[in-house]
Each structure stands twice: as structure tokens, then as C-alpha cells.
Design a protein around this ligand. Structure first.
Ligand code: AMP
Ligand code: GLY
Length: 447
């Protein structure tokens, strides 16, 4: 590729990972470049409508040749993959191990937020049951107990019961529940409010937000059941217009930049702020150092432009493009294996993919593999079905219609993804305020 700081159209991008997020990345990158995914999954392989190829390989990223590397999951980032690739002269989207510690250690993240003055829940960091219990007793409840280390989204307990919180502290600190990841815990006051996921590109010194999304972390309807990696998502959020998003970036993300600089962290990738919109204003629940999953499956299909060029700008430390998004709404519904999140059963044959024929629907593969030429389940979250439509209700309807065609024994689907937001939008007769313009002829006919 001839232009080193903008290796977009016509080049080759390597995506690291194998889930639904990486499938969405490959699909949208594949509008302008050929993509190779390592290790990838069978659903990704093919040619994009724009004529670019998506291939998968079991070769490790260090062995591959590409103009840009985009690292999907947190574990390889925490493990220093981006540093190793950069040391070999590669252009990489994703922070080094120093920046990735933000997600690798919740205690470190909380320390950075405190340094930066970013609003967050009151907290303490503990390795001792008695001290953690004493701190829990000072909180009004609900109570939150988190493993310090990575736990695939499952290391967080939110409970109204002090006894349950104390028991969870004991299980985590003893190593029984999460091994070494739980030997240090973060105990927090429980916040109340609506959550949103704000993904913000960072080239080391500049920030650019992507469209906000909301994901559904609990397994069951109405937020019942255990926390999962995410059972669905939608974008945009009616309550967060561009000006509000910019304010959130200023309050919750921008203060990190001087703290990074002071610590010598050159952060090039995406900062994912998990925010709670509380009565006292927005507060950061967590930072992740990678794209959200399944948020990516609703944010990127709405992205309007050359994603490879944009991510290359970030990787090169020359972010100049402000990302733009289609006014359409996107809804993603995840179909999971029975037993998810604790002990998903795998190896079940997946039926019905050929019957999904809606051009506004994309089925992203998350946990699938080929067995004897047939696609079978191979993980907790198996497929993510994303639909685009002018309204949230329309996108929701199309996504669930497509999901209804899919099946395997015991398939688990949360029935209420985007339900409240779609109903609220419909009730205000402003189906999707962001698709309306003054020139929209419907404007005159709405009371
Ligand atoms: P985290 O991995 O820190 O994002 O936590 C996972 C989920 O737990 C969040 O998306 C929230 O739903 C919930 N959670 C985390 N921290 C808090 C908190 N301080 N108050 C209420 N809920 C929380
Ligand atoms: N959807 C939550 C996450 O990606 O961490």
C-alpha cells in the first residue's frame, strides 16, 4: 500500500479474533479492503458486495503480512500483542499492554479515573475479606463486587443483599470463583440509571466518538438472570444526540488523555466507556480497551465511510476524520447456546441460516464451527442477528423475524432487546427523530 498513514482502499487488513465483533469488523472493513481474520470463524469467509475477499487463517498474527492490524478482543491486548506487532514495524489499531491495563485491572482503571477526575461509583480495592466487608457495611446498597482481573464479562455481582455481597467477596478472594483474577476485588456502590456504551476512537492525542449504543447484559427478559457478555444491542439512542455525546466525551473520556500522557501511555485504538446515566449525571462503570460485543454489530453497520482508512488514521496517530453514521436504526439480537453463560453446550447443528433472506439483515457468527461440512454451535453466544431499518421498531421486527428462522436444540434468545426504546419512540410519534429532517414531508402531517 502506497500511503503509509492511510492504508485503506486496495490494501489488506488483518483482524485478530473469532467472534461476532470480529465478523462485523471484517464485514465493514471489507467494503474497501481485503480482510484476513485470525483465527476467525466459518461465517466470515467469502466475498463482500464491494468485491473484496474475507479469508480466515490459523496462522498467528505475528506471522501474517498486512497493511493494518486490528485487534478485536481484550486478552491479546493485555498480553502485549499490539506491542509485539509494533516492534515488528506493523501499523496496529489497539493499545499496548500499558493502555490495555485499563481493562486488565479494574483497580488500575479506578485509580486512573480518580487521577483524571472522571465521575465513577464510590469504590475500594481489597485483598482481605474483613476490610472488604467493613467497606460494604458503609454503603447504602445495592452492592457491587468485581474481580480485579479479566473474567469474560462474568466477574461482576450486583445485589441488594449485603449477605450475598459478602459471600461473593469470600468466593472471589479465596480464588474459588475466578482463580487469580478474583484474588483482588473492587467493591463499589451500586448506581441506578440507564446504561449506554460509548465507543471513542483515540489516536494518542485526539478523540472521535462513534454512535452510541445500548447493550443488554443480563440473560433474561427485564434484566433478569445472570450477567452475560451481552444478549443484544441497539443504536442510536434517542436520548443521546450528537451534542450530548460530545459532552459525555468531554466529561468521561477526554480527562484520561493528560493522565495517559503523564504515564507515557500512547493509546491508539478504541476506548469503550460503559456509562450509567444517573440522576446526578453520567458516571463511568468501566472502561474497555476494545470494541464492544455486541455493540459493534449495531454501530459499524451504521458507519458511513471507509472504516479501514479511519482505523489506519487512528493507528498512525493522525486521526482527522470525524466518523459519520447512517440515520437508520440497528438492532442486534444474540442467539445463544443452552447453558450460557455458565456452561454452554456446544456441537449442536445450526438450522435455518439459508432461510434468512431479508437484505436488511446480517447474521454475524460468534461461536460456530464446521463439523463434517455442517455448521454447529461452538460457543456461548452463537449468532448475532443485526437488522437495519428507518425506525427502531422496524429494525427490531426484522431482527426477530430472522431469528425465528434459526434453530438448534435449546437455543436461547432474549425476547425484549430494544423493546422499551422502540415503544417509547413509537409513542412519541417521532419514530426515529434522527431520520427526520425539516424537509421531510411527513413532518407537516404530524400533529
Ligand atoms: P462492568 O464489567 O464493570 O461493566 O460491569 C458489568 C455490568 O454490571 C455493568 O454493565 C452494569 O450493568 C453492572 N454494574 C457494574 N458496576 C455497577 C455499579 N457500580 N452500579 C450498578 N451496576 C453496575
Ligand atoms: N457488551 C459488553 C462488552 O463488550 O464488554
Amino acid at each position: 500500500m502506497s500511503v503509509p498513514d492511510r492504508p485503506a482502499s486496495g490494501g489488506r487488513v488483518c483482524v485478530v479474533g473469532s467472534g461476532g465483533r470480529e465478523h462485523a469488523l471484517a464485514t465493514v472493513l471489507g467494503r474497501t479492503v481485503d480482510v484476513v481474520v485470525t483465527p476467525g470463524n466459518p461465517g466470515m469467509v467469502g466475498e463482500t458486495p464491494e468485491g473484496h475477499t474475507v479469508t480466515v487463517t490459523s496462522e498467528p498474527p505475528e506471522e501474517l503480512d498486512a497493511d493494518l492490524f486490528v485487534v478485536g478482543p481484550e486478552a491479546p491486548l493485555v498480553d502485549g500483542l499490539a506491542d509485539r506487532l509494533r516492534a515488528a514495524g506493523r501499523l496496529v489499531f489497539g493499545p499496548g499492554a500499558d493502555g490495555a491495563r485499563l481493562e486488565g485491572s479494574k483497580a488500575f482503571m479506578k485509580e486512573l479515573l480518580a487521577d483524571a477526575g472522571v465521575p465513577t461509583a464510590r469504590f475500594g480495592v481489597f485483598t482481605d475479606v474483613a476490610a472488604a466487608t467493613a467497606f460494604l457495611r458503609t454503603l447504602p446498597g445495592p452492592y457491587v463486587v468485581k474481580t480485579d482481573g479479566l473474567a469474560a464479562g462474568k466477574g461482576v455481582l450486583v445485589t441488594a443483599s449485603l449477605a450475598e455481597a459478602v459471600a461473593d467477596v469470600e468466593a472471589k478472594l479465596s480464588g474459588a470463583a475466578f482463580g487469580t483474577a478474583g484474588r483482588t476485588v473492587v467493591v463499589e456502590e451500586g448506581l441506578v440509571g440507564e446504561e449506554c456504551s460509548l465507543l471513542v476512537l483515540c489516536d494518542g492525542t485526539r478523540l472521535a466518538p462513534l454512535a452510541p449504543a445500548r447493550d443488554f447484559k443480563r440473560l433474561g427478559p427485564g434484566g433478569s438472570g445472570p450477567n452475560t457478555g451481552g444478549m443484544g444491542a441497539y443504536s442510536p439512542l434517542a436520548e443521546l444526540d450528537d451534542a450530548t455525546v460530545d459532552e459525555l466525551v468531554e466529561r468521561a473520556v477526554a480527562p484520561l488523555l493528560p493522565v495517559f500522557a503523564a504515564r507515557g501511555i500512547d493509546y491508539r485504538g478504541v476506548l469503550y466507556a460503559g456509562l450509567m446515566l444517573t440522576a446526578e449525571g453520567p458516571k463511568v462503570l468501566e472502561f474497555n480497551v476494545r470494541f464492544g460485543d455486541p455493540e459493534t454489530q449495531v454501530v459499524l453497520p451504521r458507519f458511513d465511510g471507509d472504516l479501514a482508512g479511519l482505523l489506519a488514521e487512528v493507528a498512525a496517530g493522525r486521526l482527522v476524520t470525524r466518523p459519520r453514521f447512517s440515520p437508520e436504526a440497528a438492532v442486534c439480537v444474540v442467539a445463544a447456546a443452552p447453558g450460557y453463560p455458565d456452561a454452554p453446550r456446544t456441537g449442536d447443528p445450526i438450522e435455518g441460516l439459508d432461510a434468512v433472506d431479508d437484505p436488511a439483515v446480517t447474521v454475524f457468527h460468534a461461536g460456530t464451527r464446521l463439523e463434517g461440512g455442517h455448521l454447529v454451535t461452538a460457543g456461548g453466544r452463537v449468532l448475532g442477528v443485526t437488522a437495519l431499518a428507518p425506525t427502531l421498531a422496524g429494525a427490531r421486527d426484522r431482527a426477530y423475524r430472522a431469528v425465528a428462522r434459526l434453530s438448534w436444540p435449546g437455543m436461547v434468545v432474549r425476547p425484549d432487546i430494544a423493546e422499551l426504546a422502540a415503544a417509547a419512540a413509537a409513542a412519541t410519534a417521532e419514530p426515529n427523530a434522527q431520520v427526520r429532517t425539516a424537509a421531510d414531508p411527513r413532518e407537516e402531517t404530524v400533529g
